[in-house]
Design a binder for this molecule. Sequence first.
Ligand SMILES: Cc1ncc(COP(=O)(O)O)c(C=O)c1O
Length: 371
Amino acid sequence: MPAASNACLISTYTQTCCFEEDKAPSDYVSSDEDQAESSGRKFHYEHKGERNYDTNASAFEDLSVARQLVEQSEKTSEIASYESLPEAAKHEKFFRSAFEILIKDGVFSATSRKNKVNEWVNPEELEKVLELDVNPGPSSHGKLLDLMKTVIKYSVKTGHPYFVNQLFSSVDPYGLVGQWLADALNPSVYTYEVSPVFSLMEEHVLTQMRSIVGFPGGSGDGIFCPGGSMANGYAISCARHYAFPQIKTQGLASCPRLVLYTSEDAHYSIKKLAAFEGLGSDNVYLIKTDARGRIIPEDLRAQIEKTLLEGAVPFMVSATSGTTVLGAFDPLPAIADICTEYKMWLHVDAAWGGGALVSRKHRHLLNGIER
Ligand SMILES: Cc1ncc(COP(=O)(O)O)c(C=O)c1O
């Protein structure tokens, strides 16, 4: 068996072997199938054959030294383990090799026009390649690095220039490093004492964002959200607290039927979160849109009047700046006027159009968001 396939062989062996009690896991490492067979040890070994993960070596000759490091590490049979703390002697090389894979395969190869956006395989086939079941024994550094490459190989490269989807941007090198930094430090921003740097960062970023939105001096409050759906959920919660603060202690039974309004093209999370929060998805009234997918203010007014005749209470409009499919921007000034008139909370779901706030050219699309 050629030396190049040892990493894969060793990893598979380490994963599936059954250890004898008097032997350390590393005793089981074998570099070829014959040796494994002749050892007479109890194990089940499956040879999966050679795999070629080198997706675009010629395009990255300048990274050849780093590549060698990775290849060396792939061949290592070092058992993956740690006790309480990472140790430089055991883990530094692993970290460096993993970073090389992330940078080369996960970033540069994954965003190169020479490579494909996706390596399609059917789910049954992919399940086999990924070996998703829990291992009976320990894994090795080589196996984990090998798995990293497999994960990258079969993942859709969402930062690729040919991955044309309105909800994804390309890879932002600074944002990515920021995420790695946050992951390395694993902060939990409960209190200043436990997370001084990130607590201040949160305050400052939110103040700046409020001032970008247009609140005077960045005044107001804010919270980071795990995504657009939850942001819409928080907004519904704020809006109904504004209308009926007793809901907090007395629950929904203490108030009349509440109705919220959003575009017929709004994201489905508005209905979902209205259901989660006990309002009921039927109490989300969908407003008609014009030929460019924007809320028609006259229809909003008509639906509010209809609600009042029904004896229910209009409490919130969720406008959208950048609808999910068409990218339409609802007319915020006209909607804000209606909200003022009927004393309703105005929420703007800017999950994907919000970036326009920092564009000199497109910022006007969100005029009125500060109201
Ligand atoms: C306008 C809009 N709002 C909310 C969401 C939901 O965001 P998330 O998937 O982060 O919950 C999306 C996602 O596509 C969206 O386009």
